[in-house]
Design a protein around this ligand. Sequence first.
Ligand SMILES: Cc1ncc(COP(=O)(O)O)c(C=O)c1O
Length: 457
Amino acid sequence: MSNPGYTDITAQTVPFPNVTRSNELYRRAGELIPGWTQLISRRADQFANGVSPTYAQWAKGARFIDVDENEYVDWVNAVGAVILGHADDVVDTAVKAQIDRGSIYTLNSPLEIELAEELCATIPSAEMVRYTKGGGEACAVAARIARGATGRDKILICGYHGWHDWYQAANFGVDPESGEYPFAGIEPIGVPRALAGTVIPFTYGNLNMLAARLDEHQGEVAAIMMEPARSQLPPPGYLEGVQALARKHGVVLIFDEVSCGWRQSIGGIQEAVGVTPDMTVLAKAMSNGYPMGAVVGSRAVMEPAARMFISSSYWSDNIGLIAALTTIRELKRRDATTHFRAIGEKLRAALDQALVAAGLEGRCTGLFSNPGVSLALPTGVDPRKVSTLFIQEMARRRIHTYMGFRATLAHGDREIEQTAEAAAAAFAVIKHGLEHDALDRLLVVDLKKEPFRRLVR
Ligand SMILES: Cc1ncc(COP(=O)(O)O)c(C=O)c1O
């Protein structure tokens, strides 16, 4: 790995990729599409706005090509939705063959049963299965089933669970002046105020707070819905404690594994830590980029769903079903967990080495499925300046990433080396910026917007 040294930093010898067409398309999007994009995480202001690519035209394996013909190593991977690698040959061949047999039937497809059997054999909490297309939708279905099965209305939440009214109502419990909305600049506008108080957040890791919330709303809580992990494994005993409280209060325990599922362990965080919830929400990576989501759970909790109105035309289209079935089988066949561990550990070691080479204090930490760089910054330094500068300098070197990294099985040594080399240069720029109070001068873009807070407080 080459250390660029300060000469490179001050002279900034590496030119930025030309992203003129991306920027022009984004300007047009602003006129035609309120909010520019369909997914907040795809907005330009989530990256180095004006320097990072915004529109792509091709993606394969661990890489994509933007509309200006620049090639990047991709560590975002459709915000985790791509797990085997972009345009995976096995999944795509299965999908294309299915298209020839019909993408959707008038009748039901036997694939529905086949995928349900595969999920029940894979996810510890799965005895019965319902499908959706997306993660937020699956969370809404899980909330409906839990409310219907218990006859109670309130839901305690910890994490991000999508855009639907039932969940966004949690924002009514937050003082608008506090800046505690999940996403800066987005308020619960359009969410019925009548839902205020129906969804109540609790802080991850704090069992006393959860117990107090359950006591306070005794007999009214249908479910605890939570992300069982995000960037670290849960503290020992924590999920067991949550499960014990849920049982004590007769509350349905739902793990939202939309983001943490599949990579750390194919059976999810629940399999990795050995705590089985009553219900699980799955989506994103389960189908390697084809729209698919699922709610799985115990027979006791899921069976009442037969009497509830939960129905939609595209939930069982053949494309999502075959993509999910093939992806799950390929994850097993390719021994995904072992590979993700190897990729994650190599990346962590390479980034740690890059930090040392740059003389910057920090570590690459977190789950092997989602490692992230955390820097020890001097007091008074705005971390947003540093993360924006990192993204800017990585984009300059054709690496598309945040400070956190999510691999696919297509990421190999070449991508890790290229990333570590770019990171060493980016870290050296940051070090220079910190030492010379020059972060503002080195930044050529506006500060990136914060990602939405996940209400994990
Ligand atoms: C934990 C979790 N739940 C739900 C969702 C919503 O999924 P989707 O964007 O597919 O609606 C996400 C998306 O990031 C998520 O991370």
